[in-house]
Design a binder for this molecule. Sequence first.
Ligand code: CTP
Ligand code: MG
Length: 181
Amino acid sequence: MAVIETIVVAFWAMLPAYVPNNAAVLAGGGRPIDGGRSWGGRRLLGDGKTWRGTAAGILAGVALAAVLTLFAADARAATGIAVPAFTPAAALSLAAGAMLGDVLASFLKRRTGRERGAMFPGLDQLDFVVVSLPLTALVATDWFRTVFTLEVILVVVVLTPVLHVATNVLAFKLGLKNEPW
Ligand code: CTP
Ligand code: MG
């Protein structure tokens, strides 16, 4: 596969995992998942992880996977690039895995004394990859093996932090996010 094709496939395949974070920022608010509970003098997750944001994130990711699946054949015909359709299991595990990774990252941030909104370089940029890819490999194994070749995974690991930084700076500038990370 040519590099540009690999990048397009990686981006397409990861969109259902990328979008949940952005949807959560837009839809967030209301009751925090941890219900305000603390552990060891710190919040379990913090007010930045809400039920509404998480549910909206997962729904947005799955909905996007459904739309991409509808257009996959047309996109392949038009570009000649083998962008994949998503199985229901792949769609759900990519979206839910992204949200779970984000929640686990907040759990780790609180355990290491970082307040809500604090920066955690590396974790902030890759938390959703670290959970969504292994989860998808687990629940949609055949689909994962076909789509996420070693090259695609390498592109994801390089591309994701770049996209994450870019979208968060943009969301910050637009006043949608309190911090640019
Ligand atoms: N958000 C949400 N539910 C989630 C993830 C995000 O409601 N599962 C919303 C919250 O309003 C949150 C905002 O999106 O404040 C930004 O998300 P994020 O940067 O992940 O949260 P932070 O507020 O920075 O908190 P943390 O330090 O725990 O990451
Ligand atoms: Mg944050």
